[in-house]
Design a protein around this ligand. Structure first.
Ligand code: SF4
Length: 414
């Protein structure tokens, strides 16, 4: 009998080999997923909620009120979408164009700069399937997938057998962690863990580049040169190397120049690729959809048929400047996740919150619609952290509307 596999939308890996046992629209068992994925796949089945000013209303009233807020605003902010399908994200872009909105997603303070550089072909990249089939050296830099993407090492990057890696981990692969603390991933890497001080990444990159060309590597924090030379020798011997770039690395750099130089230096001696460790299920999709439309991955403002781009159009800077006069927040909870001093400005404007869960943002919203969970209660397409498009289907039925359905209705009402 052919097996029925589902896609887990619990993180950017979008694992597509998940089996579930469901009865009476309730998921009882989940196979193959990690602990995060199991909990995620069992999340469905709340009833639909439409609320305006804290009072329950019907669907048409909530949609009508949301459309009226956006129509009356001069500069609405549309934000979130990291767990929405590509179809919903494209609709949000259309709404942003129609309402002259500022449009941003969490990648403006996460890994958006790396994804943008990648889409501009500044890095050589590859898919997670290439990693499983070919990679002999992987570097986890400022990232801890054992906790953030729990199946990363077992499904793709270290333990599994691949077409050209029949013996899997230690025997055929070297996993290296460069980080400021001994994370769970760093522990798996054993002797190949390089502990650097916070903010020490750019210097370590320069020392590594020096070591790659046979020079004595030096750092102001006296990292043992012998160890950097040993690391450089491993990297020079890589037939298919991959750098998994995490937030720890990106937050430590003032800009991406050191990373460009490192990847160039690695590719002079060996064959290295870069994959950003995107966290949410479809942040990469949002970045690619917006890039296709505007040439930018986040922080844009649509106005009179033109597109403006810059940090001033990120959620953080626009709320600091108090420029948005309304907000549509989709699948995100900025009131909990961003500094209070900045997001408190959201309390002064009408907010529309689309979210499967009650959050601090939804409780303070003028309009709240509890949408279906993408990948559990609604289907569509998403873009995996490595850029591969994935179709996903719902596991259970729901009366809740998907992000896509709500955004379509808002668009029609505008
Ligand atoms: Fe789901 Fe991510 Fe776990 Fe895969 S690694 S099962 S996508 S949460």
């Amino acid at each position: 009998m052919e097996k029925n596999y589902y896609v887990c939308t619990g993180c950017g890996m979008l694992c597509d080999d998940i089996e579930v046992e469901a009865e009476k629209n309730i998921v009882n068992k989940v196979y193959t997923a990690c602990r995060v994925g199991v909990a995620h796949m069992k999340e469905g089945r709340d009833s639909a909620v439409f609320r305006v000013d804290d009072k329950p209303v019907d669907e048409a009233t909530a949609i009508g009120e949301a459309a009226a807020i956006l129509k009356n605003a001069k500069n609405p902010l549309i934000f979130g979408l990291g767990t929405s399908s590509n179809e919903a994200q494209k609709l949000a872009i259309e709404i942003a164009k129609k309402t002259s909105a500022t449009l941003d997603d969490p990648s403006s303070f996460l890994l958006g700069s790396v994804v943008e550089a990648l889409l501009q072909n500044r890095f050589k990249t590859c898919t997670l399937d290439d990693v499983r089939n070919k990679a002999d050296v992987t570097i986890f830099w400022g990232t801890n997938p054992s906790d953030s993407h729990p199946r990363h090492l077992s499904k793709h990057s270290y333990f599994p057998r691949g077409k050209e890696k029949q013996r899997g981990w230690e025997e055929e692969r070297t996993a290296i962690a460069i980080d400021v603390r001994k994370s769970h991933t760093a522990k798996i890497c054993g002797n190949y863990f390089f502990e650097i001080p916070p903010g020490g990444d750019a210097e370590f990159i320069d020392a590594l580049i020096a070591a790659l060309s046979g020079k004595l590597p030096k750092t102001s924090y006296n990292f043992p040169p012998k160890r950097i030379l040993e690391l450089a020798n491993i990297l020079k011997g890589a037939k298919f190397g991959v750098v998994f770039a995490g937030l720890g690395l990106v937050y430590s750099l003032e800009n991406l120049e050191p990373l460009f130089r490192l990847m160039d230096a690695l590719n002079e001696k060996a064959n290295f690729h870069l994959i950003p460790m995107v966290g949410h299920s479809n942040t990469r999709g949002f970045n690619e959809n917006l890039f296709e439309e505007t040439g930018h991955v986040n922080s844009v403002k649509f106005e009179d048929g033109a597109v403006k781009h810059g940090p001033e159009f990120s959620i953080v800077e626009s709320l600091k400047a108090k420029t948005p006069d309304a907000a549509l927040i989709i699948g995100s909870d900025p009131l909990s996740s961003l500094p209070r001093s900045i997001v408190k400005n959201l309390l002064e404007i009408p907010v529309i919150s689309l979210n499967p869960c009650e959050t601090l943002t939804s409780r303070n919203a003028k309009v709240y619609i509890n949408t279906a969970i993408s990948g559990v209660e609604s289907g569509g397409t998403a873009t995996r952290m490595d850029g591969v498009k994935v179709d996903f289907k719902p596991v259970v039925e729901t009366k809740r509307l998907s992000d896509e359905a709500v955004l379509k209705k808002i668009m029609e009402a505008l």
